[in-house]
Design a binder for this molecule. Sequence first.
Ligand SMILES: [Zn+2]
Length: 174
Amino acid sequence: MAGRADGGPLSIQGEHERDTNAPVLMDLAEVDQYVDSSSDEVLACRERGRHIFPSIRQSGISFIDVTDDGLLVRQLLCTCCQLAQRVELWETTGRGRATRYVPVSATINYLRGPNGERYLGPQGHGRMTPKMVRNSLASQALHGKSAATIRKEAKQLAQKQAQQTQSIRSQTNH
Ligand SMILES: [Zn+2]
């Protein structure tokens, strides 16, 4: 059986947890820096907290190699960031028409993009969570407006929606 050499699955955002000397979480200023220097696609995966790999129905299934112990190797690239490669190992059970294909493990490798793009943050600086990335993205997007203005606008929108709902109700009551 193939297993993970590093003992147990890690979340895709948890690469740096392997380094025991690293701080647990990345500094928010560093997350801001990462956000500034990353592509929209990388940030979409970071914000979502997971990559998007094509489904078997969408992309079919084929294998690119066989391990020494007979496991089939499948390779998939994230359709969003294109920097995360999932390597799956599959085993077969049964014979002939009763053959089953069973996924046994999956690991993620991070590739460098053609222009040097990276998915991983600087090593040894702790990990960044999807929450931190959303914090950074939202704070940047809303920068320049006061929180009081944002609140006011949100309230106005809520009132408008309530009015619209009421008018729909009164229309359907006729
Ligand atoms: Zn991705």
